[in-house]
Design a protein around this ligand. Sequence first.
Ligand code: ADP
Length: 619
Amino acid sequence: MSKGTVSINAENIMPVIKQWLYSDKDIFVRELVTNGCDAIRKFRWLVNNGQATADDAPDRIDVIADKEKGTLTFIDNGIGMSEEEVVKYIAQVAFSGATDFITKYTEDSKGEGAGIIGHFGLGFYSAFMVSDKVVIDSKSYSDAPAVRWTSEDGMEYEIEPSDRTERGTAITLYIDEADKDFLNLWTLRSTLEKHCAFMPVPIFVSEVVKPEEPKEGEEPKKAPEPQQINDTHPLWMKRPNECTDEEYKEFYRKVFNDYEEPLFWIHLNAEYPFNLKGILYFPRIKNEFTASEGVIKLYNNQVFVADNIKEVIPEFLLLLKGCIDCPDLPLNVSRSFLQNDGYVKKMAAYITRKVADRLVSEFNTKREDYQRYWDDIHPFVKYGCIKDDKFYDRVKSALIYKTTGGEYVTLDEYLNKNCPDGEDKVVYYASDEKRQAQMIKLYNDQGRDVILLNTLIDNNFISFLEYTERDGKVSFKRVDAAADSLTEEGEVSEDARVKLEGLFRKAMGDDTVEVQLKPFKDDALISMITVDEQNRRFTEMSSRWGGMDMKLPEKRTLVLNDKHPLVKWLQAAEENERTETVCAQVADLAEMARQPLVADRMVDFLKRSNALLTQLIEK
Ligand code: ADP
């Protein structure tokens, strides 16, 4: 037996590693399994190049828990190591990056540690985070005798001959008291499933069970077979034209545990300029989305790296679900590095472009299907447009709007139909189809379509569109924002208007309301109330998004129909209790056409209406 100390003078390395990885201990599973995969890949490479002789043993990795002994063993049948190699790779090379590690990152923020370990070739040492002792038994593919390396702290080790007879390496972890849960088959299995679900070599998990004494006359029970936990050929590695819809759906169900079918998906498969493969699914995004709904899993050569890395996947795409595999990404480096990396930026832009192109092609080739998805995907698409100009530019032609009549139209289609040449380009919308039914009807009666914008994102989205399309001067107005297209041009008396303003201000108890007098297109309508669009939007947005209630005073206008007999009567009438009652009733009815009356105003309205009805029978 020989003894040694790993070649590093910084004795505090282990405490540092332990501290770094504290938040994500189960990383050691990934590191040890990846090393096993690498070792198997190296052996295959030697065989293919005629430098090693193949045998019958199929590639595999076994992870075995033994509760009684308190051990967790990772076994691979890869290339193996000779004594010399163990000393060189494990004790020396592994720590060559360690001094760097200490000097560079101890001052840095804590959360980035998990990624750094792999980068500095410290993967194997993550085993010490959960172990009191680690033993390596390895037999090289060459003739070298099997070797055993034992260390309790990752600093001092012993080397002796091993009794291992098969090619490959077994790494046995004597799990420390605090981490015994890893010996639990369920924990172990789910940790493996999290990190290794798509690794390219079959991985089996099992536990050592002490055979029960067979009862008299019974056969002894067989130990349960090890179970394979991974899919070595994830769907994203296949060519898109070789995958069926059923396979895509099945993959989605399995990976995301979501039994609702995805709407559609995009199979990314690029070799140039990036080596990138993956599948992005559009799930049904409920109207009021939250950022946590989607999951995008990032892989590096089928090894799981992390979920939802904002630096690689544009934030708005995180509403989707999917897997992305980028072997070239320097994923084991810190996140701040990823943020500033030109390659990463280009890749994010590429993914965004693919998503936009797919939406446009769905729209162009399968408009009916697309319209059916639209209700589910539009918050996501709109959010993307606001977040990313380039996405907006690309997806623009596929943006559609649902009318209150149930049709789906593009902005151009809407404008061509509703705003013939010479008219201002105004899109009328409703935010609540039921409450605003009366106003919607007024527009529809004039042959104008009203679109429905009723999600949280819509306010921001139309402001964004108005700003972005300012050259084309498109504006959006809610059905109660202006009376322009419901009224006609025509001379009205300013004196009459002033008089009416006085009457109504008094009756309504509101000195700020502006009164307009106009001939209406609809003769039967007495009046309507409009509220300035920009003011209303600002107030809504600041309370929704900013959390603060910055109420601008509502700019309300009461528009009266100059053609209506009641309005004519008011113009001529002498001011008295009767005119006041009529004005109050007219104003309340106008208000009710856009929103329900509340509190005292409702009480007053009911009282007044009852009195008016009673007067009717008294006459
Ligand atoms: P990295 O994998 O990043 O190089 P590790 O500390 O995980 O760093 O491993 C150091 C080296 O030890 C590996 O590069 C490899 O040469 C060797 N090694 C580790 N595990 C195995 C194994 N299971 N089989 C063969 N060689 C291994």
